[in-house]
Design a protein around this ligand. Structure first.
Ligand code: AP5
Ligand code: MG
Length: 215
């Protein structure tokens, strides 16, 4: 399976990605996670990407395409993948299409999670992420058993730097201008699945699974 997850910041891409990759046994490629890992290790890519991420802007296409191409070169991508947060611009979508054509592969489906802006803001201000294993929690919808501690590995939970309200507002604006046009791009190619992302995460996952089975 080759799947793309589309949706505004905080729409639940990461949450659904964890469930989908387990079901289909495919690697999870999140460009946001790759950038955050580079920032943590203070690599050249991380230092450059941080300048944009902290302002709620997209990292330039050239740098983003470089990290995705490197990831595609890993052997675990040969049989499929789940892309989370990539592509995010038409330039990136066209580059991905070229890559698929040149390697004789094709995308199976693009899942678009629909969530309104008020819900997004509530979700992102309540988000907590494990500093050790990356698991995501939410103080309103999905609380850890022990405050500020990961249920899975005991790591401490932190607030993402780009979850501050000013940055979230900017990320939503950028999503509308840069990323929303991809909905039509993939609808035209007949591979778009739209799912109501406002429901309970497990219900969202069941709806995604049903739609993928019909594809
Ligand atoms: P990235 O890390 O991709 O961030 P994002 O798209 O803004 O999305 P998030 O990770 O914030 O949200 P999500 O949709 O994964 O939701 P989650 O499951 O966590 O990118 C970060 C930055 O990197 C970008 O702003 C950009 O600068 C840069 N970047 C990345 N990719 C790029 C690219 N291709 N090109 C250029 N730049 C790029 O859920 C959110 C919260 O809601 C959680 O607390 C969760 O527990 C909760 N939740 C989830 N689902 C539900 C539900 N159904 N009900 C209730 N709560 C829920
Ligand atoms: Mg995410």
């Amino acid at each position: 399976m080759r799947i793309v997850l589309l949706g505004s910041p905080g729409s639940g891409k990461g949450t659904q990605a964890c469930k989908i990759i387990t079901k289909y046994n495919i690697p999870h490629i999140s460009t946001g996670d790759i950038f955050r890992d580079n920032i943590k290790r203070q690599t050249e890519i991380g230092i450059e990407a941080k300048k944009f991420i902290d302002k709620g802007l997209l990292v330039p296409d050239e740098l983003t395409l470089q990290i995705v191409e490197d990831r595609f070169d890993q052997p675990d991508c040969a049989a499929g993948f789940l892309l989370d947060g990539f592509p995010r611009t038409l330039v990136q979508a066209e580059a991905l299409e070229k890559e698929m054509i040149s390697t004789g592969k094709k995308l199976d489906a693009v899942v678009n999670l629909e969530v309104n802006d008020d819900t997004i803001i509530r979700r992102m201000t309540g988000r907590r992420v494990c500093s050790k294993c990356g698991a995501t929690y939410n103080l309103m919808y999905n609380k850890p058993i022990v405050d500020e501690t990961c249920d899975k590995c005991g790591g401490s939970l932190y607030v993402r730097d780009d979850d501050k309200i000013e940055t979230v507002t900017n990320r939503l604006k950028v999503y509308k201008t840069e990323t929303q046009p991809l909905i039509d791009f993939y609808r035209d190619r007949g591979i778009l699945i739209t799912v109501n992302g406002e429901q309970d995460a497990e219900v969202v996952f069941q709806n995604i699974s049903k739609a993928l089975e019909q594809f």
